[in-house]
Design a protein around this ligand. Structure first.
Ligand code: AGP
Length: 608
């Protein structure tokens, strides 16, 4: 969580800092701040709330200088307020720090620092870093940071400068992301590349344990053992414009509409449907795929829901036993799958702390690991033995949409690859599924063309306070994901349920103020879904059904119907999720909610 930026060069630091923070605001928006060094004392500006509050402050009280750092916060320790906003300073306003992560032993460090005379101004864990560095400072910031970090437990990405050293900042990371951007006589640091893309495409991904001494002409990098290391700069080809809204009112809507391209990009070069050829060996070597006794999919939130869909594919198409785990719970369970079992970490960001912990746990046990990840160079992709990228481009809306689509695509390909490698998927079935996968972008586009109809439905229900989503088999996880989308951006209470469980409790909730969203495309379980719709109707409930274009029966039973194109039953989640994403979007927009930055949430959850 939190976004951090740093700058050293010949231009006004604040210009980049604010621009970079704007691009990182999805990581947290409880407060923001910058510290800039010029000829005089360090100029510190901080404001509670979104970045716009800091921008207002900077208009009234501008800062000037060519060395600086900035921060946009998602609060962990201490309420969102100005005094808890970063950057934090030491007692004598010499050391300034912006930090992303959690200092787990901050209590004991703080006690010791207070005893030795340090005075704290905030309730944050981060402030101990400023004081600890001050404690070790003897004219060389790099040495002081190294010594201070040696006393720290927890996770951090941080940028630090000293008011006494005008030409450098120090950047360091452990378990939180941090990159350096290389400019022309200027250097940048940021939590991710999107912050620096308008300025430079040359970046260095710092590794865990790295400490970088950054001046305008470059960086000296030291690894966790203290040795000088060379980290090869990478050229980022992402177009910064892809991170803009492209004419849509919100990033989320833009990203929903990019889903045909998401599938197209993710499958590109991966198979030849007519020849029945799959090309996934780089992501998972044949010998691993052929012999794995079990697959374990692990993730959080939307990524976990993608894993739940993936389980049906693994079991029914690949014929392999599959568990799906919530990453934050997995760490408390005894986890002992048979040797050779494949652990797949599903993560848009590749930085989610719990998912990374699960991945590392699997690695420690000697299991093969694979990251299904959207962000090139993310920690998960570096930790896992293998990677399968979802090619969605940057997802800015906090509510995940196109990333889910990319994850479904990747997991589907993976299941086909495992099935083919093990000989459990016939050649004919494989070809038929691949042909359907090729059609999918067009089918998705058709589903998206139903946007106006979904908006109409949203108008009829947006004032309700509770929703129930029902689905079965492959569309049960879609019910969970539809409910998550609605609750996170509209703050409406929504529950996803397996439709077969309706009679075991939730049916008691049914009345005409509880819209029941029934996901009922034509499939092997559609008759059972129709029975569930009848049960809700018989109790005076209101049903919004998601049905396929040719299905007349659902239309006669439900109050409102959202249509999607017909496809193979195994591909229905790719289409049924679309009206649910749009429904959540329109309901939230009609309620005047902050769609792209819903309250209390952050895009990337880098703390446990
Ligand atoms: C979904 O809309 C949420 N933003 C959230 O559940 C998200 O999917 C989760 O935090 C996992 O993130 P990751 O995919 O980056 O690991």
């Amino acid at each position: 969580m939190c976004g951090i930026v740093g700058y050293v060069g010949e231009n006004e630091a604040a210009d980049f800092l604010v621009e970079g923070l704007r691009r990182l605001e999805y990581r947290g928006y409880d407060s923001a701040g910058v510290a800039v060094l010029n000829g005089g004392p360090v100029e510190l500006r901080r404001a509670a709330g979104k970045l716009s509050a800091l921008e207002n402050l900077l208009r009234k009280e501008p800062v000037s200088g060519t060395l600086g750092l900035g921060h946009t916060r998602w609060a962990t320790h201490g309420r969102p307020s100005e005094e808890n906003a970063h950057p934090h300073a030491c007692c004598h306003n010499n050391i300034f720090v912006a930090h992303n992560g959690i200092i787990e032993n901050y209590g004991e460090l703080k006690d010791a620092l207070v005893k030795s005379g340090h005075r704290f101004k905030s309730q944050t864990d981060t402030e101990v870093l400023a004081h600890a560095i001050e404690d070790h400072y003897q004219g060389d910031l790099l040495e002081a940071v190294k010594k201070a970090l040696a006393t720290v437990r927890g996770s951090y990405a941080l940028v630090v400068f000293s008011a006494r050293e005008r030409k450098r900042f120090i950047a360091a990371r452990r378990d939180s992301p941090l990159i350096l951007g290389i400019g022309d006589n200027e250097m940048y640091a940021a939590s991710d590349v999107s912050a620096v893309l308008p300025r430079t495409r040359r970046v260095i991904y710092l590794e865990d344990g790295d400490i970088a001494d950054v001046g305008k002409e470059g960086a000296r990098i030291f690894d966790s053992a203290g040795g000088r290391v060379a980290r090869t700069p990478k050229r980022i080809e992402w177009d910064a414009r892809t991170a803009e809204k492209g004419g849509h009112k919100h990033f989320m809507l833009k990203e929903i509409h990019e889903q045909a391209a998401t599938v197209r990009n993710t499958i590109r070069g991966k198979f030849d449907a007519e020849a029945g050829l799959l090309n996934l060996e780089e992501s998972l070597p044949l010998e691993v795929a052929r012999t794995l006794p079990k697959v374990c999919l692990v993730g959080c939130g939307t990524s976990y829901h993608a894993g739940l869909v993936g389980r049906y594919w693994m079991e029914e198409l690949a014929g392999v036993s599959c568990d799906v785990e919530i990453a934050s719970e997995m760490r408390y369970r005894r986890f002992d799958p048979a040797p050779g079992s494949l652990v797949v970490a599903v993560s848009q960001s590749g930085e989610t702390a719990d998912t990374l912990a699960a991945l590392r746990n699997a690695k420690r046990k000697g299991l093969p690991t694979l990251a299904v990840c959207n962000v090139v160079g993310a920690t998960a992709t570096r930790d896992a033995a293998y990677t399968l990228h979802t090619r969605c481009g940057p997802e800015i809306g906090v509510a995940s949409t196109k990333a889910f689509m990319g994850q479904l695509t990747a997991l589907f390909l993976l299941a086909l690859h495992v099935g083919r490698s093990r000989g459990t998927l016939s050649e004919d079935r494989l070809k038929a599924l691949l042909r359907e996968l090729n059609r999918l972008p067009d089918l998705i586009q058709t589903a998206l063309d139903g946007n106006a109809a979904v908006e109409e439905v949203a108008r009829s229900v947006y004032r309700e306070n509770n929703f129930l989503y029902l689905g079965r088999h492959l569309n049960y996880p879609v019910a969970l994901e539809g409910a998550l989308k609605l609750k996170e951006i509209s703050y409406i209470h929504a529950e996803g349920y397996p439709a077969g469980e309706l009679k075991h409790g939730p049916i008691a909730l049914v009345d005409n103020h509880l819209p029941v969203v029934a996901i009922a495309p034509r499939s092997s379980v559609s008759e059972k879904m129709i029975s569930n719709i009848e049960e809700v109707k018989a109790r005076g409930g209101r049903v919004i059904a998601v049905a396929d274009e040719y299905d007349g029966e659902v239309g006669t039973k439900a109050d409102l119907v959202l249509r999607v194109p017909r496809t193979d039953e195994f591909l229905t989640p790719f289409l049924t999720i679309i009206p649910l994403q749009l429904l959540a979007y329109h309901v939230a927009a009609l309620r005047g909610c902050d769609v792209d930055q819903p309250r209390n949430l952050a895009k990337s959850v880098t703390v446990e």
